[in-house]
Design a protein around this ligand. Structure first.
Ligand SMILES: Nc1ncnc2c1ncn2[C@@H]1O[C@H](COP(=O)(O)OP(=O)(O)OP(=O)(O)O)[C@@H](O)[C@H]1O
Ligand SMILES: [Mg+2]
Length: 360
């Protein structure tokens, strides 16, 4: 068992409703989107997985985040290991290190064994034959980045379809655009697969909880109301508040405001953001700014404003559309419902906001 993490603020209710949907047979697949650092992985590993195990599910967790070009192959091999009972526990998230081991296994097999590898559908079948199992697939949309994963995705879809009653799956992702590619494109294997659920932003209890954990670990007190105010002003991103509190645990001299200032600076990877902006064509920059301002991108007044800023005639709708497509493709912005767009990384959005406030 993992040692209990007293910093973790449980999302018990959400975990229970997800499990109820699976247990009762109501759902066989759910998808959950939330921006970076909002707590998706923490929810899968610290809320869903242990509770599902209590409910008698075998649980397989896999993150597609770290394996780059090998993501598809590492997944097939990891699931294969799980099916054969070699990977017994979800408590060992498959990080790059483990993946490398798995790939090592592949290399070994490659020299000894010439039988063709099992298809992903076969591997999924093998998992199902072991009984009820919950698959937690973190950032699966990464697979859609490479055309060569199409067959694998198709195989996964088929395997899951055939075994709906035994296998339940929860997909999470931080790229709205990536998820759209995976679940909303009519020709994609996962078109309309699964129901979307929200990861709600954490409530004030999270700050009370953090203040208590802080007291427990340092003996010092933290004003939970001030924490809450900071949490709200940083866009309710738990990963950020945790970083602030962590800085204060490690440095007793640091006050809350100082820690916030320190971490804001850290978290805004300014050099990286500046590089992104610099690499953009001038029109794309203006479209990005319009997204930041939540303007209707193709509306006449928006285009007129863009034209004025560029010191030229208003760009055509087609030109703005192309710029928008480029920003979407590079996952700098994502499409929300009904023609609304947002900047994918909230840290980037905040950084741009602070720039546009200092340089009107
Ligand atoms: N329920 C929670 N209780 C306490 N801390 C949390 C909770 N959820 C998230 N955090 C904090 O936020 C950090 C980020 O969470 P997590 O890695 O789960 O986010 P994510 O949505 O998976 O982000 P990414 O898109 O970067 O993978 C965690 O490392 C943890 O410090
Ligand atoms: Mg994550």
């Amino acid at each position: 068992m993992a040692t209990p993490d007293y910093w973790h603020y449980p999302r018990t209710q959400l975990a229970d409703s997800v499990l109820m949907a699976f247990d009762s047979g109501l759902s066989h697949a759910l998808t959950m989107f939330a921006p970076r650092r909002m707590g998706k992985t923490e929810f899968l590993l610290k809320d869903i997985a242990p509770r599902a195990a209590e409910h008698g599910w075998r649980v397989f967790y896999h993150s597609f985040m770290t394996d780059g070009d090998e993501a598809g192959e590492v997944f097939r091999l990891s699931l294969g290991e799980f099916a054969t009972g070699k990977v017994r526990t979800w408590l060992k998230p498959l990080t790059a290190r483990v993946s490398a081991e798995v790939l090592g296994v592949k290399a070994e097999l490659g020299t000894k064994d010439t039988t063709p590898p099992h298809s992903l559908t076969e591997v999924v079948q093998a998992v199902a034959s072991g009984g009820r199992c919950l698959l937690l697939l973190d950032e699966a949309q990464i697979l859609t980045r490479q055309a060569r994963n199409e067959e694998l995705l198709g195989g996964l879809r088929t395997g899951l379809d055939i075994n709906k009653d035994t296998l339940k799956v929860l997909f999470t992702g931080s790229s709205r655009e990536g998820l759209r590619r995976m679940f909303s494109e009519a020709r994609a294997p996962f078109f309309h697969f699964g129901t979307n659920i929200e990861l709600p932003t954490l409530d004030r209890g999270f700050c009370t909880h953090l203040a208590e954990a802080f007291h427990r670990s340092t003996g010092r007190r933290l004003d939970e109301w001030k924490l809450w105010a900071e949490f709200e002003s940083m866009g309710c991103v738990p990963g950020r508040l945790r970083a602030v509190v962590e800085a204060m645990v490690l440095n007793a001299e640091l006050g809350l405001e100082q820690a916030v200032a320190l971490k804001l600076h850290d978290l805004h990877d300014e050099a990286q953001y500046a590089r992104i902006v610099k690499a953009l064509p001038v029109l794309d920059r203006q479209v990005l700014l319009a997204v930041l301002e939540a303007a209707a991108l193709f509306a006449e007044d928006t285009r007129t404003r863009i034209g004025a800023r560029l010191g030229s005639r208003p760009p055509t709708t087609t030109a703005v559309q192309s710029a928008t497509e480029r920003l979407l493709r590079d996952e700098i912005i994502t499409r929300r419902e009904r023609g609304q767009y947002e900047i994918s990384d909230p840290g980037f959005a905040q950084w741009l906001q602070s720039l546009s406030q200092t340089e009107p």
